[in-house]
Design a protein around this ligand. Sequence first.
Ligand code: GLV
Ligand code: MN
Ligand code: MN
Length: 406
Amino acid sequence: MEASVPDHFEQMWRDLEPLGRSPRSGGYFRQPFGSAERELDAWFVEQATARGLRLETDAFGNRVAWWDAGTGPGVVTGSHLDSVLDGGAYDGPLGVVTALSAVELLRERGFRPARPIGVSVFVEEEGSRFGLACLGSRLATGATSWEQAGALRDRDGVRLDEAMAAQGLEVENPQPWLGSEHLACFVELHVEQGRDLVDRGAAIGVASRIWPHGRYRFDIAGSPNHAGTTRMEDRQDPMLTYAMTALAANKQARVAGQRATFGRVDTQPNSTNSVPSAVTAWMDARCETDEALAELVATITRLAEERASRDGTTLSVTAESVSGAVDFDPSLARRIAVDHETGDWPILPTQAGHDAGILSAQGIPSAMLFVRNPTGVSHSPAEHAEVPDCLAGVDALTATLERLAS
Ligand code: GLV
Ligand code: MN
Ligand code: MN
């Protein structure tokens, strides 16, 4: 392990550290088509070009940097460079930097791939700006069409194509292009977003499956009125409906052994001395099976409707982004996981969504490697992985690419 510690990993990591970092929280704001995320994209182009990789870029700005070698469809590895609002440094960039490092290591070692090897970056994986998770990989594979994406707007009402045009990206008749004729398989390395590897004392893991998950918008309308003069019994207060719904979601998820979170809420007119006219809140829900997810969302919606009728408010619920269960190709996972110097790597499920899940659902054999996260914290400035574990990730990805591209 020591012999292969690559300086290039640490150099690239230092390059990225300041980009989009909030001096206040230390977290990252790398929303798609914003200035920080575009700087990261330019950095990726620079790194790929410096390594003599051939860049393939689609109409949405998704990129694959190809090491043109061997024949046939390629083995692609990579991740994303965008972040959630106030996110961590590792979610996404770790998969891109380890991928570039692994390619460099393979070349230094004189490896001759039997197939092309690509390093990919997918745009708007987090759905932090346009609300649809894994938008880049969805568009590239045809899981979502451009017509559907055209309706997406960010929080300020900016349409997707307007946001792209503001960065000089004009979208013309884009077509899905990423399929099995192009890709033999896809491997995404990612910081672990939980504590399974810590508990097992393992630095590296392999994904077995992704829980189904979705985002649901709750629009609740009431009657705006004076906060002081309106008698309590005369109000139609949408904040109460929301508050009870958030509590119900938490309780129902806990009872069912699943996950539900309200992490974003808007209120109108957002005035301290007014009963609000409307509340819009977004729920993230994740369950072990598609059926359990549908049942959990239905139960929470029913409880919210019952409360709305007691509050005299109205409610509508819209599913904005739903990703079904993904079972990664078990033979690929085993091929990657077994028989290493340190023993087999554990194979474990995750509740987090990833581009690898979209590619897998579109029929491309896909797999994921996880790098231990000492606290399990993610989507937070406190997200972390120790350098030796990141370097173990580079080694693991290098060994994986060697297996898959031989
Ligand atoms: C992506 O990180 C997600 O699971 O929300
Ligand atoms: Mn990610
Ligand atoms: Mn994430």
